[in-house]
Each structure stands twice: as structure tokens, then as C-alpha cells.
Write a protein that binds this ligand. Structure first.
Ligand SMILES: Cc1ncc(COP(=O)(O)O)c(C=O)c1O
Length: 382
């Protein structure tokens, strides 16, 4: 669990600190957590809670007062102005309340075995508190998920349950239904990020969790960037209409919308038989590359689980070497990999790396892995 100050999640932005504190207070008021005429925490206690100077909180309160968000009563402190709280009916909707309660938005997140680092950055940027949950070759520990749901009351559970990036793990189908039930029971929104589903070797993966969702507590996202073009940034999103409305607004505020021309061209390709033919070939090509990478690594004492799909091997190296050093030396030889710590919100996975077999052709791949192994051997020999 990450316990740093909620306002520090925004540090590094040009936003001044007292403005961040202002936003933080306003969020809590607008979310309905602090209701009309509620007394706000004292300057001293809020400063302590947020780990900022008292003057910073004082300035934020002054600005809130000036903008009519709070009022001062009998010198006894600051109180929520009645015109400034959120209509109660909105709070029943998990996504709307997640949005307003974003400083409380607890993503249950897949670590110590990981996740896709951009998501970590995005959630942090929104001020979310990230609660990591373990995922392994057999999926989640459902008891742990339930305990966390009870304990932290997360607003949102972000997951990538099919060929997870970076591990390649699959959440088994029997867990999928149960996870949806838990989300429903604890009123938590599930976000199922599913960009690797079509890249399987052999058997097709289990159906998305989304198919079990009858209460409308899941959002399903399936990007096509992974096998049409990197950076294509076109995805299918499925969810109930009220959530879709909110998502559409958020998306257009965030990036003004994906260019229509790209979408039209993609749609044409999507409905043609060429996409399916391409996928068939891609699955074979990637399977061959994966096996090739595994062959090259077979002589090492590195450990990995052969993934049944996806684009990466998730590899554990013996603890003897710094991954930063290995990466720096690799880059000198035009080799690259993702250090595991980047995918771990707790930064504990220091002996793991993600090796991608999707970028380069077979010959380059074989050569590259050989060079990486040689480099590693030469570094540990020193
Ligand atoms: C799990 C996961 N979701 C989403 C994305 C990004 O998809 P897009 O390029 O469509 O934004 C990635 C890219 O690496 C990913 O690994």
C-alpha cells in the first residue's frame, strides 16, 4: 500500500502546492464526503495529514473561502458551504463517485508480480492510492482480493487478466466469475484491459470477465495497438450506457478524441478478412520467436514461466547483479529490456526483467539474446 501524501502525487506539475491542497479539499467536498455545514479539519491537522506546511493549508482555505466553497463560523473553523456539495444521487454510481473521489480511488493493482507501467503512472497522476494485489501463474488469491475489498473499499480494480503485461499470466476462468461477484458485492468498478487476447499460442484464452457482469460493474477495453500498429490507440470499450457517457466525456477532455480518419481506416481493416489472416500468421510468427528466445536462455540459470500468449517473457535473474547496470551496458550494445521494478508500484522486483520477442526478426532476436546473456556473464564474472 502506498501511504505517501495524496497531494504529492501531483508534484512535478506546475500547479502550486496550495492549489493542489485546494483541489484536494474541493474533491472531498464535491464527492459528498464532506457535506454541507460539516466542519473541515483544522489547518494544523490537515497540514499533518498531507505532510505540507500549515501556511499552505491556510492559503488553500482562504482561496476556498474567497470562492464561496467554505465559510468561517464564529472563529471556530471552516465549514462546507451548502452550495458546494455533490448531489447525492450521483454518489450511487461507482464511476461517477470514483471520479470525484479520485484521491481515494484505490486501484487494486497486480503486484508484487506487477503491471504495465503507464497505468501505474496514470493512476498516480490522478492521485489514486494504489493497493497492490498478488497475481501468479494461477491467477489471484481470491481471499486476498476479498480482504482488500473489505479493508480498503477500492473504487476501482484495474486488471489485465489475459496474458498480463509483463508476466503473461492468465486469470483462470473459474476465478473470473467470482471476481465479478466480488466487485458487485463491494461496489467496486472492474476495469478489464485486454489487448493481448488474440495473441495466443495453441488454446484460446478464457472468456473475458466482462461476460459475467450482469450488474454493470465492469468496463471492458480491448486495444488493437498490439497487433495492428503500435501507437494506433484505437480500442473497443464496452460498458453500460451511463458509464459510457462519463467515459466519452473523460476521453474527449483528455485527448480531444482519436482522429476520425484513423478510426475509419481501421474500421475498414477490422471488417475485412485480412485482419484475421494477419492474426493467424502473427500467432505463428510470435510463437516461433518465443520458443527461440527460450532456447537461447535454456543454458542460463534464469527462470521464467513459458507464457501461452502475449509478447513477453518475464524472467527472474539470480540476485547477483544490478538491473540498472545491466540495462545501461545493454543499451551501449543497442539491446533493451524492461526492468521489472518499473512494472512494480512497490519497486521491489529488482531481479526481474521483461524481454519482448515481438520487436525484432528471428535472426536479430537470437543474436540479441545471445549478446545479453554474454553481457550478463561478463558482468557477474567481474
Ligand atoms: C496492458 C496494456 N494495456 C494497454 C496498453 C496500451 O494500449 P494502447 O496503445 O491502445 O493505448 C498496453 C501497451 O503496452 C498494455 O500493455
Amino acid at each position: 500500500m502506498i501511504t505517501k501524501s495524496p497531494v504529492q502525487g501531483l508534484a512535478g506539475q506546475t500547479h502550486r502546492l496550495f492549489e493542489q491542497v485546494y483541489d484536494y479539499i474541493l474533491n472531498r467536498i464535491e464527492s459528498g464526503e464532506w457535506k454541507a455545514h460539516d466542519k473541515l479539519p483544522s489547518v494544523r491537522s490537515l497540514a499533518q495529514e498531507l505532510n505540507v506546511h500549515r501556511l499552505t493549508v491556510f492559503k488553500a482555505y482562504q482561496l476556498l473561502k474567497q470562492n464561496g466553497k467554505v465559510y468561517v463560523k464564529d472563529k471556530s473553523g471552516y465549514f462546507v458551504h451548502p452550495d458546494c456539495s455533490l448531489a447525492a444521487e450521483h454518489l450511487d454510481d461507482p464511476i461517477i463517485s470514483s471520479y470525484f473521489l479520485k484521491h481515494h480511488l484505490s486501484e487494486i493493482h497486480e503486484a508484487p508480480v506487477t503491471y504495465y507501467s503507464t497505468a501505474i503512472d496514470m493512476f498516480r497522476y490522478q492521485g489514486a492510492r494504489i493497493i497492490p494485489v498478488d497475481i501468479g501463474p494461477d491467477g489471484y488469491h481470491l481471499e486476498q482480493v476479498e480482504v482488500y475489498m473489505k479493508q480498503y473499499k477500492p473504487r476501482l480494480f484495474y486488471m489485465n487478466p489475459t496474458f498480463q503485461n509483463p508476466t503473461g499470466y492468465i486469470v483462470p476462468s473459474e476465478q473470473r466469475k467470482k471476481l465479478v461477484e466480488l466487485a458487485e458485492q463491494y461496489r467496486c468498478l472492474l476495469v478489464e484491459d485486454d489487448p493481448f487476447r488474440d495473441i495466443y499460442f495453441g488454446q484460446e484464452p478464457p472468456s473475458p470477465l466482462f461476460i459475467y457482469d450482469t450488474a454493470g460493474c465492469a468496463i471492458y477495453i480491448r486495444s488493437f495497438s498490439k497487433y495492428v500498429a503500435p501507437g494506433l490507440r484505437i480500442a473497443v470499450v464496452a460498458c453500460r450506457p451511463v458509464l459510457m457517457k462519463t467515459l466519452l466525456t473523460a476521453k474527449s477532455l483528455f485527448d480531444n478524441g482519436t482522429p476520425l480518419l484513423n478510426q475509419k481506416i481501421f474500421l475498414h481493416y477490422f471488417f475485412s478478412s485480412r485482419l484475421q489472416q494477419h492474426l493467424k500468421k502473427l500467432r505463428i510468427a510470435l510463437h516461433i520467436r518465443k520458443q527461440m528466445m527460450e532456447e537461447e536462455l535454456a543454458s542460463t540459470d534464469w527462470k521464467w514461466m513459458g507464457p501461452k500468449g502475449g509478447l513477453n517473457l518475464w524472467v527472474k535473474l539470480p540476485d547477483t547483479i544490478s538491473m540498472d547496470l545491466l540495462l545501461a551496458k545493454s543499451l551501449e550494445q543497442s539491446l533493451s529490456f524492461v526492468p521489472g521494478a518499473i512494472c512494480d508500484p512497490l519497486k521491489e522486483l529488482t531481479s526481474w526483467i521483461r524481454l519482448s520477442y515481438s520487436y525484432v526478426n528471428e535472426q536479430q532476436l537470437r543474436e540479441g539474446v545471445k549478446r545479453l546473456v554474454d553481457l550478463y556473464q561478463s558482468l557477474i564474472a567481474k
